[in-house]
Write a protein that binds this ligand. Structure first.
Ligand code: C2E
Ligand code: MG
Ligand code: MG
Ligand code: MG
Length: 285
């Protein structure tokens, strides 16, 4: 009987494996034509400046609607795109579309675009970036590129050169998901990042874990000492907002303000109810 059960388990396991492989293959194949088929779009998530109480920025987040599989999360398709060499064209598409919106519907806001670390391993990126800056006419200081710590680990010297070149165009650099990677603190000093985005995992545990609160405060203090700005990701509640503000973070992003949404639904102003709650949570501004 045990043998039977074992065989049954194996069968369903191999089925699952088959399904997973098929899905991965469809994703990989679908990605090759997704841009040309108009299946990729951008959603936008606002950033709220805690000092002015205004929405001052917007992050572009890629969305893919697969004709058969439906909506596929970037958490699933970005790593696959990275593995099969398709990320470059996706990231350039997002950059181009984001800069266009940054001069039209989102004019006046700082536009943030995510860039995969693998992009920077090749010299091409700077060339593309300059081209997009020129063709869109966006002011370079209104554009911020979000990179994760993995960019620093792969080839730190190469990364340093590319990041300095990017920074010298006037485009800003943010370190995304900060605190989850393995970069040493000395990198913070050496690399030209303007902003640290404190990872959502710390914000999630802010109310329940003393250590998460200590880490957020420590990052905010360190950033201030180093002359960098801090953005807190994933703020969902008034209580989290209060703690993040007390820690001295500059900006917040999260479902409390708004989830990522299509351009037409982007909340340029806080609605009155949310504004009242923010005021109640802080007393300022
Ligand atoms: P990220 O850049 O760290 O983006 C933050 C993610 O957290 C987004 O997920 C966003 O929808 C989600 N989020 C924001 N606020 C909250 C909140 O209050 N609660 C919760 N639970 N989640 C929140 P999304 O859109 O699924 O993107 C996931 C990741 O995919 C991004 O993480 C980024 O690393 C990557 N990605 C997205 N678009 C692009 C792109 O154009 N290029 C590249 N290379 N990567 C991208
Ligand atoms: Mg990001
Ligand atoms: Mg992030
Ligand atoms: Mg992330």
């Amino acid at each position: 009987a045990a043998k039977e059960a074992g065989r049954g388990r194996w069968r369903s396991y191999s089925h699952e494996l088959g399904d997973a492989n098929r899905r991965r293959l469809s994703i990989e194949q679908g990605l090759r034509s997704a841009i040309d088929n108009g299946e990729i779009s951008l959603h936008w998530q606002p950033k709220l400046d805690l000092q002015s109480g205004k929405i001052t920025g917007a992050e572009a987040l890629m969305r893919w609607h697969h004709p058969e599989l439906g909506a596929i999360s970037p958490m699933e398709f970005i790593p696959i795109a990275e593995q099969c060499g398709l990320i470059d064209s996706l990231d350039i598409w997002a950059l181009t579309e984001a800069c266009r919106a940054g001069t039209k519907e989102l004019a006046g806001l700082t536009i943030a675009v995510n860039v995969s670390a693998s992009q920077l391993q090749f010299g091409e990126y700077l060339h593309h970036l300059k081209q997009v800056l020129r063709s869109s006419g966006i002011a370079p200081e209104k554009l911020e590129l979000e990179l994760t710590e993995s960019v620093l680990i792969e080839d730190a010297d190469k990364a340093m050169t590319v990041l300095n070149d990017i920074r010298s165009t006037g485009v800003r650099l943010a370190l995304d998901d900060f605190g989850t990677g393995y970069s040493s603190l000395s990198y913070l000093r050496r690399f030209p990042f303007d902003t640290l985005k404190i990872d959502r995992s710390f914000v999630t545990e802010l109310l329940t874990k003393q250590d998460a609160r200590a880490i957020v405060r420590m990052i905010a203090d360190l950033a201030k000492e180093l002359g960098k700005r801090t953005v807190c990701e994933g703020v969902e509640s008034d209580e989290q907002l209060q703690l993040v503000r007390a820690a001295g973070c500059h900006e917040i992003q999260g479902y409390l303000i708004s989830p990522p949404c299509p351009l037409a639904a982007f909340p340029h102003e806080l609605d009155a109810q949310l504004r009242a709650r923010l005021l109640a949570a802080a007393g300022t501004p």
